[in-house]
Design a protein around this ligand. Sequence first.
Ligand code: C2E
Ligand code: MG
Ligand code: MG
Ligand code: MG
Length: 279
Amino acid sequence: LAKRNGGNRFCFHDAAAARAASERLELGHALRAAREQGELALLFQPIVALPGGQLLGAEALLRWDHPSRGRLAPDQFIGVAEANGTIVDIGAWVIAEACRCAVRWNALASMPLRVSVNVSARQFVMNDVAQTVREALAATGCAAGWLTVEITESLLLEDSFPVRRSLEDLSRMGVAIAIDDFGTGYSSMSYLGKFPIDMLKIDRSFVRDVDGDAKMRALVKAIVSVAGALSLEVVAEGIETQAQADTLVELGCGKAQGYLFGRPMPGASFSESLELAMH
Ligand code: C2E
Ligand code: MG
Ligand code: MG
Ligand code: MG
């Protein structure tokens, strides 16, 4: 009997796994059509100067308005998009859409505004990202200096030639390169000397307790110091409270992003707040 129950339990797990797999497959199929059907949307979250809060730009964050499931966050579908290759097409759309917005906003602003896009390691492997960016800049009239590409430490781990060439191409064009979620990956940090990096984004996990935890404060201070020594810009992510912001100012962090300064918002809302700020 015990054996039979064991067997049943296996069956249950198999069924659950099969259901999950077929759900992913279905999601993958729907994703192929999502871009053409206008179901993808970008939200923009402000990036500001510390202290003072002057607007410097925004990070583009992808959403999928799934016809039956509602609005999905990237962690619910980026993995599927990477697995079935649709990430290449989606990524090209994200880059072009971010460029279109950068052009619109820089026509309104008196200071250059920069738009960041997230590009996953799979995109670099499957696609010539520098070429995709070049085409988007040409098609939209976006200046290279208005665009930042956010990558993760894991991309730089293997130090592959195509990845290096893509990053060097982007850098030569004048597109800035930021390390996203800095400090959370496997980081030997030696890559900072080998790749054309412009900016470090300190992960939210460091920021969360920065005002209360002396060790977190010491770590953030060390990251800011590394950035300073290498002339890199540094942005703190996920700032939710004034106490966190005050501590980051104290530690010399020059830029910030988080709910305290603005939630991710539709491009039209971003334009509106920009117009208000300009009047
Ligand atoms: P990320 O690049 O580190 O983006 C920051 C994430 O933190 C965003 O989640 C943002 O909404 C959230 N966030 C910002 N400020 C706060 C805060 O003060 N508190 C809290 N609790 N959260 C905050 P989101 O939009 O769900 O994006 C998650 C991740 O998905 C991103 O992490 C990025 O790695 C990836 N992603 C987003 N858009 C794209 C895209 O177009 N392409 C690719 N390949 N990945 C993307
Ligand atoms: Mg990012
Ligand atoms: Mg990040
Ligand atoms: Mg993150």
